[in-house]
Design a protein around this ligand. Sequence first.
Ligand code: COA
Length: 169
Amino acid sequence: MTSPAPVTPSSDLHVQVEAMRWWHIQAAAQLDRTLFEHTAWSEAQFWSELARSNRHYVVLVTSTGQVCGYAGVAWVPPEADVQTIAVASSMQRCGWGARLLEHLIDVAIKAQCRRLLLEVRADSTAAINLYTQHGFVRISKRSSYYGPGVDALIMERTLVDQPHVGRSR
Ligand SMILES: CC(C)(COP(=O)(O)OP(=O)(O)OC[C@H]1O[C@@H](n2cnc3c(N)ncnc32)[C@H](O)[C@@H]1OP(=O)(O)O)[C@@H](O)C(=O)NCCC(=O)NCCS
């Protein structure tokens, strides 16, 4: 399968956040392979996630129909977990990651959750900065979780009576 052409940001490019549907899965899985390589989710994993009632997934879609990001959250009150969040390389650093994360936070609050947790590679500076900017704090570490010497950090944000921190669009 060939990779889709990268999305080129421009002033007339319209991008919106919408619910992930089955017809977005192929493109989301392809983007996942590009961004996460050997830890990427298969299309079957996306299908399985979308089938669960305590999940919510969104995609970033351009006006030309290209999927350029996605994110998902799972919840079992009082806790929720960020399952994934990703923005295509060509669209990064434009505020879309923050927009997706804020959407997940809102979903978790509406699901009556009091804590939002996530797991992130300790060497993923971009993601850690994004989470820290949105009020997440590190609560523990799983040594070599992603392979020898690549730790996972567990981060948490309290959802009760805490306004969004960081930029909103
Ligand atoms: C992490 C990720 C989703 C951020 O998406 P994004 O659209 O680039 O993020 P935003 O433009 O909304 O940036 C929000 C904040 O994140 C941090 N950030 C984003 N990219 C960064 C980078 N390259 N270096 C350092 N900090 C960065 C900054 O704090 C930024 O705020 P600022 O622009 O005011 O400085 C994106 O880099 C990505 O998809 N990475 C690959 C997949 C991944 O690692 N996902 C996380 C799995 S846990």
